[in-house]
Write a protein that binds this ligand. Structure first.
Ligand SMILES: Cc1ncc(COP(=O)(O)O)c(C=O)c1O
Length: 450
């Protein structure tokens, strides 16, 4: 990456009004041939990336606190990940793990099983697909197959993907569902506990427990027989719904409910897993061992890979029951093995440290900035909820969008999550200086929109 002597290579450098001429030209061509269903918050045309820095096609450099939607866990083009990809792509790019064996696929499954919540004491098997949605589809099919039941409980605000099965569980934005029905029948949504928006006078724990009790006391008594439910599918930290962290009581209560009725507990760790929260899996914060969990996004530092990890006795289905041509592709698996080594050796710890540092710096924002309604997070999964009025907590999506755009103009890439939350999901390699730059930039934006 080209940098002038005065410019620090680890911080942004904006050279012109954005978008620059090359970016403009690409966006113009994009408009004609690319599906308009994509959601671009601002005109970033990425050219190259290194660590937490992305350079656009005009040479402007940005600090990436989006990580390609929480994907490049080891940063852009980590040398060890690149080396693993290069080496593997010289040896073998594809054979199909569905019909043949790859040693590295076994190795990766062994590693995932060894780090899974519950540890080595819980034998696990792994199914590999290519994305988060595919990992969820596999979990849904497996849960139906093993239990002989066909219904699911998911949560409001959840995002599990856009294929028809995963979309049926998704309860994040109506535009994602509108016009696509009928979806998979038998999916019921319960309220996800949002501590910031809990009823007045009720503790966060009591609110979370009440959300689960509603499933038992209302849903299972009025609409949905518990014995027809295959699985409860939940994000341990809600991602697209707004970076919401429930109290541990929620998961303890869910586990009890699932056990009581022979329902499988499925954790969607697609966004919150792979070290992002400062532990390998978000479930590790809550002391609950899911029957099945899913991973994708950060697992292979940007190569497409999804994994569905289940207790061995649950992932016991016949040959041909489920498979995918590309799932567990050798190059993606090599990237995942390098990613997991980096996570274990340093990056999970760094995520915990940097996350704490950023949260410490943000904690007093609701007192300092009238539009900062709530600040929350675990590790490097941090949300800042933007409201018009702190007392009324009325959501301010336009203001949030404006702040996201202003941050872009200042060289900081962040994305929104939920209706009115700014999400911070940087690569797990960020330094203290980069964290401080991001905080200072957002402070400036918040001051300016006041
Ligand atoms: C929690 C969660 N599950 C599933 C998905 C779907 O993943 P993909 O876009 O790879 O299909 C996402 C994507 O944002 C996600 O955040």
């Amino acid at each position: 990456m080209v940098t002038s002597e005065k410019v620090r290579p680890d911080l942004p450098n904006i050279l012109m009004e954005l978008p620059g001429p090359r970016a403009k030209a690409v966006i113009e061509r994009d408009r004609k041939v690319i599906s308009p269903s994509y959601t671009r918050s601002y005109p970033l045309v990425a050219g190259r990336g290194e660590g937490a820095i992305v350079e656009d096609v005009d040479g402007n450099r940005f600090l990436d606190f989006s990580a390609g939607i929480a994907v490049v866990s080891t940063g852009h083009c980590h040398p060890k990940v690149v080396a693993a990809i290069e080496e593997q792509s010289r040896q073998l790019i594809h054979m199909s793990g569905t019909d043949f064996y790859y040693e590295n696929m076994v190795h990766l499954a062994e590693k995932l099983a060894a780090t899974a919540p519950g540890g080595a004491g819980v034998p696990r098997r792994v199914y590999f697909g290519n994305s988060g949605a595919e990992a969820i589809e596999a979990a849904m099919k497996l849960a139906r197959y093993r239990t002989g039941r066909d219904k699911f409980v998911a949560f409001t605000g959840a995002f599990h993907g856009r294929t028809l099965g995963a979309l049926s569980l998704t309860g994040s934005k109506v535009v994602q569902r509108q016009g696509f029905g009928p979806l998979v029948p038998g999916v019921y949504h319960a309220k996800y506990p949002d501590s910031y928006r809990r009823p007045e006078g009720v503790s966060a724990e009591d609110h979370a427990v009440a959300c689960v009790r509603w499933i038992e006391d209302e849903l299972f008594r009025t609409l949905l027989p518990a014995e027809e439910v295959a699985a409860i599918i939940v994000e341990p930290v809600q991602g697209e719904g707004g970076y919401i962290v429930p109290p541990p009581a929620f998961f303890a209560e869910l586990e009890c409910l699932a056990n009581k009725h022979g329902i499988l507990l499925v954790f969607d760790e697609v966004q919150c897993g792979m070290g992002r929260t400062g532990r390998m899996w978000a479930a590790d914060h809550f002391g609950v061992v899911p029957d099945i969990f899913t991973s994708a996004k950060g697992i292979a530092s940007g190569l497409p890979l999804g994994a569905t990890v289940a207790r061995s006795e649950i992932m016991d289905w016949p040959a041909g029951a489920h498979a995918s041509t590309f799932g567990g592709n050798p190059v993606a698996v090599a990237a995942a093995l390098a990613t997991m080594d980096l996570l274990a050796s340093e990056l999970i710890d760094n995520a915990a440290r940097m996350g704490e540092h950023i949260l410490d710096r943000l904690r007093d924002w609701p007192e300092r900035f009238p539009h900062a309604g709530d600040v929350r997070g675990l590790g490097l999964m941090i949300g800042i909820e933007i409201v018009h009025d702190q007392r009324k907590k009325d959501r301010a999506p336009e203001l949030r969008n404006r702040i996201v755009e202003m941050a872009f103009e200042r060289g900081l890439l962040v994305l929104g999550a939920g209706r009115n939350t700014i999400r911070l999901s940087p690569p797990l390699i960020i330094t203290r200086d980069q964290a401080d730059f991001a905080v200072a930039t957002l402070e400036e934006c918040l001051r300016l929109v006041e």
